[in-house]
Ligand binder design. Structure first.
Ligand code: GLA
Length: 410
């Protein structure tokens, strides 16, 4: 008897050892009643933003000082200064448009700042052939202390749809211990239930790695803290352009049509950088297939700023239908080579000099993953000049903090 049960025990212990135990995570991942939103096979994306969204947002220039005049003047400018024709479409009011909630819990606009109301403002924007964007927050309060959407998601989405909203940027302040994936999925469902196609921009600063779960929930997700109009470094809660680039670059495999990494809005034209640096900023955002959301005073901009924001060649790289996020393929001290594969099989090449003195940078075809003998038709996208058919490598002099950007066509 003893012998038998001893053997049985031994056999069961061995069986236990060889059979792999089911972990709690496996249960969570496979039980259809417990699926995380991003793992739900029934969840589909909204189909918007097949190329990176383009537009303008009030925050980087006006911060909390928004009102009806600022938004109307900006919409007028975008409709008439060439920006609309170049593809800039969304006019987005960031934080601080909110009034209080009404007796039924619906959000209202601040009537002192927006005396005509947001419905009329949306109509004004639409009448100019543009789209209307707005801002809220997944927590109880926005970062500017206005009412957040937590607990009011469906009501807010319904109100936005009534106002004619086409784009929602959804922030992460005062969100406490909320689970980000759940919070953003709840608002995505609410937007869907509103019946209006509304582009969904996730702004949780990359805290919960939204690139791993955001694809079926929203159209773009911030990968970093806030941008500031400085070349590099960490400044309070914000980061300079080169630092943001370094955080956003490794995430390139997660971007594609309908779902983009968002390294934050553009600072081009806000005065903190030189035009050379702004050209680098714009080129890197374009090459990284980042949303191109201008953040300057578009109603009062210099010719140099306009020439950067309206560079059709560079915008064309950003809007390429293949939707690949370009990335770094060579780094040698302050010299960098970046590449983006294009829908026509060609490449866009970016030579970036992060250093303090001008230097020559060379890109070998083999570094770009191309056969050395392949001849490609080159065009310099800032000089706006054809550079003929080239093979093997491309080399150029690049100014300090500057870029050379070349489109290579088969
Ligand atoms: C956060 C966001 C910014 C901006 C502000 C508004 O900091 O990251 O982009 O929307 O809130 O208060």
């Amino acid at each position: 008897m003893f012998r038998n049960s001893f053997v049985q025990g031994l056999v069961s212990a061995l069986l236990l050892l060889v059979s792999s135990p089911v972990t709690a995570q496996e249960v969570l991942d496979t039980d259809p009643n417990l699926l995380a939103p991003s793992k739900d096979p029934k969840r589909v994306a909204n189909g918007l933003a097949q190329t990176p969204p383009m537009g303008w947002n009030s925050w980087n220039k006006f911060a909390c000082n928004v009102n009806e005049k600022v938004i109307r003047d900006s919409a007028d400018a975008i409709a008439s200064n060439g920006m609309k024709a170049a593809g800039y479409q969304y006019v987005v009011i960031d934080d601080c448009w909110h009034g209080s909630r009404d007796a039924n819990g619906f959000i209202t606009e601040d009537r002192e700042r927006f005396p005509g109301g947001l419905k009329a403002l949306g109509d004004y924007i639409h009448a100019r052939g543009l789209k209307f964007g707005i801002y809220s927050d997944a927590g109880t309060k926005t970062c500017g202390g206005r009412p957040g959407s937590q607990g009011h998601e469906y009501q807010d989405a319904q109100q936005y749809a009534r106002w004619g909203v086409d784009y929602l940027k959804y922030d992460w302040c005062s969100s406490g211990v909320r689970n980000a994936e759940e919070a953003y999925a709840t608002m995505a469902d609410a937007l869907k239930a509103s019946g209006r196609p509304i582009l969904f921009s996730l702004c949780e600063w990359g805290n919960s790695r939204p690139w791993l779960w955001g694809q079926k929930i929203g159209n773009m997700w911030r990968t970093t803290g806030d941008i500031t109009d400085k070349w590099t470094g960490h400044h309070g809660h914000s980061w300079g352009i080169a630092s943001i680039v370094d955080m956003n670059e490794p995430l390139w495999p997660f971007a594609g049509p309908g779902h983009w990494n968002d390294p934050d809005m553009l600072e081009v034209g806000n005065g903190g950088l030189t035009d050379v640096e702004y050209r680098a900023h714009f080129s890197l955002w374009a090459l990284m297939a980042a949303p191109l959301i201008a953040g300057n005073d578009v109603a009062n901009m210099s010719a140099a700023t306009r020439a950067i924001l309206l560079n059709h060649d560079v915008i064309g790289v950003n809007q390429d239908t293949r939707g690949q996020q370009g990335h770094r393929v060579m780094q040698d001290g302050s010299k960098e080579v970046w590449v983006k594969q294009m829908a026509d099989g060609g490449r866009t090449l970016l030579l970036w000099n992060r250093g303090e003195t001008p230097t020559r940078i060379s890109a070998d075809w083999t570094t770009l993953g191309l056969p050395a003998t392949l001849k490609l038709q080159g065009r310099d996208l800032w000089a706006h000049k054809e550079i003929g058919r080239i093979a093997g490598r491309y080399e150029a002099q690049v100014e300090s903090h500057g870029v050379v950007m070349v489109r290579l066509k088969p």
